[in-house]
Design a protein around this ligand. Structure first.
Ligand code: SF4
Length: 280
């Protein structure tokens, strides 16, 4: 069970502001460690997702109307924590014409104003492939543009029922076309093979992906997909070596790695990657 002063303070603050975090909504196993380090991943656009991915414990259903005050409350909370780096994600809002892109942009603008030195990583959905909505988020200047592939192409339909691997890959491609530092994550232990992982990592390296996370899938409840296999830490280490060898610049790989794990210490990494990515 999570505990500690940092954890309790953050829990109170999030609750009082009526905000949501993926840490709580997805039942992340790292919440005690992360929150005691004042690292959390805010989840915007409410806490009810219009999709029903079979690995994810976030509530599914008909979302509440958009909360227009959410961007400012998110910005004020993150500013009060004096973070150097943060990760913001959202539920999928297929019920909105723009998939929530405008609220994403407002949230980023409010955060830039409230905490100008904080670097911001976004972990977005696929916006059903709508380039104009993806661009709305990118135009609001996140420092890292993240979208998770979650699994290999063969398992994608089974794991992310309403999503498509090629559409997700195109989201990352758009990020690269727009010159963003891009990031994605894969869960291991869903039945993927090493050859399939090598192929996906190869495609990501070719794309110029900057940051890759690899973590063990854990089944949140019995109604979610079962864990096919617990992957040995040596295999995580070997995949990290493989990905770095292909040129992906930063790889977090291990059983408890999540896309936002240890993100609080990443402002220097982001600054370094941004500097390296600028033409000399
Ligand atoms: S790993 Fe990410 S989702 Fe999990 S508790 Fe840490 S910040 Fe939250």
């Amino acid at each position: 069970m999570p505990g500690g002063d940092g954890y309790r303070d953050l829990k109170k603050m999030v609750g009082e502001l009526g905000l949501h975090t993926v840490c709580q909504s997805a039942g992340c196993p790292n919440i005690g460690e992360c929150w005691n380090n004042r690292a959390l991943t805010v989840m915007i656009l409410g806490d009810i997702c219009t999709r029903s991915c079979r690995f994810c414990d976030v509530k599914t259903g008909r979302p509440l109307p958009v909360d227009e005050g959410e961007p400012k409350r998110v910005a004020s909370m993150l500013a009060s924590l004096s973070l150097s780096h943060t990760v913001i994600t959202s539920v999928d809002r297929d019920d909105l014409a723009d998939g929530g892109a405008e609220i994403w942009a407002e949230t980023l603008h409010a955060c830039h104003l409230a905490a100008p030195d904080m670097t911001i990583e976004v972990l977005v959905g696929d916006f059903k492939g709508a380039v104009k909505d993806i661009d709305t988020v990118i135009d609001a200047r996140p420092d890292v543009f993240g979208h998770n592939l979650e699994t290999v192409p063969r398992l994608s339909k089974q794991v992310r029922v309403q999503a498509r691997y090629d559409r997700s890959f195109a989201v990352l491609e758009r990020g690269r076309q727009r010159g963003m530092l891009t990031k994605t994550g894969l869960m291991l232990g869903l039945g993927e093979t090493e050859a399939e992982l090598h192929e996906v990592i190869g495609q990501l390296a070719k794309l110029g992906l900057s940051i890759l996370t690899l973590g063990q899938y854990l089944s949140p409840t019995r109604s979610h997909l079962p864990v096919e296999r617990y992957v040995h830490p040596d295999e995580f280490a070997a995949l990290k070596t493989f990905a770095l060898g292909l040129g992906i610049r930063h790889v977090e790989s291990g059983p408890l790695v999540r896309s936002s794990y240890h993100a609080e210490g990443q402002s220097e990494l982001v600054a370094r990657l941004l500097a390296e990515s600028r033409p000399s």
